[in-house]
Ligand binder design. Sequence first.
Ligand SMILES: [Zn+2]
Ligand SMILES: [Zn+2]
Length: 379
Amino acid sequence: MQGFVPTYLGGTSALSTQAVVGSPEIERDDVLIPASEDLVEGEIRVSILGSGLPWVTKAQAAGSVLVEVGNPELDVFVLDLGAGSLANFSGLRVPVTSLKNVFLTHLHADHIADYVTLMGSYVKAGRLDPVEVWGGGSDEPAMGLAAFVGLIEKALAWDLESMRGSIATSGAPATAYEVPFDRTEVIYERSGVTITSFPVIHVLNGAVGYRVDYAGQSVVFSGDTKPTMTLVEAAQGCDLLIHETFLPPKIFAELMSFPLEKAIFVVNEAHTPANAAGIVFDMVQPRMAAMWHCHVVDDYIDAVFEDVASTYSGPATLCQDLTVFNVTPGAVVARQAMVNPVQQATIGPSDNEYALDGKPHPNPAWWADAAIDWQSMLK
Ligand SMILES: [Zn+2]
Ligand SMILES: [Zn+2]
């Protein structure tokens, strides 16, 4: 298997053994130009906002997946929010005001860092609607989702106060919903979209994955996990299975300069190496298998595909940032989106009115003497 060119080397195609599975109902351009294609009724469009690892690189933001559905509401869901993922979100020109349904798989830093950006900065970008956040509880309440959401809100006190009286802050609050981490359960049913959470095995109790069903199409997202039967059961009949996939331990050790024992523990005990991901894909038989949370480094791409092919023979795609999947009754199509790197956040319509909240904080007395009156100095 040869010839995969990652985007950081100029590639414009998804890294896939079969980028088109089935017969697409509509003709699509080879690359996705943001805002150039409307979702069709019955479609789920999945965009990888972050394909990478805790150690963010220019090529790969940390874990995050955007799910858009073609219902009349054009609902948008984000599954995890790793560092750098919202830069890719802006590139896709999806409205900021639509980004209010957040599903976190677990609270490792590489899946949540941009939650702070979403809660603080995206209010300044124009989000007027509060955010709803779903995620696992914990055996210890202090480690559960509700504690996390509450503490981030407290930590953003300075940020929130800085906006008062000058920026509408109706979008600042968040509501947390803890989902069960010991059983599979439907946790969301609105406007034709059903989301099911299921427990996964990842270092501590509390990690979950999600299945999104809409109009007969379904997408399953593993989050971080070892190969797990709860996922295999929850994923039955799905169209797109996005499963975490790590490099083989020896390569992982080499790339990260880790001792081999540490790499073996990380890859085999906390995660899923590519040959094991193939076993899961084989048990589920999705229309498209997507490998995610994997170093996309040109020297190792073939090794990942060879490993997954040792246990699974169906269509497989190695996710990069901005790999996009169009899931429709007729086909699953994998492409790359080409984004403008200076594309700014797109605001979009909101359910809430723009309204200022309270008065700005009074200026400290010392500012009067210290501030440079630059406007009077203009020539
Ligand atoms: Zn993790
Ligand atoms: Zn992770």
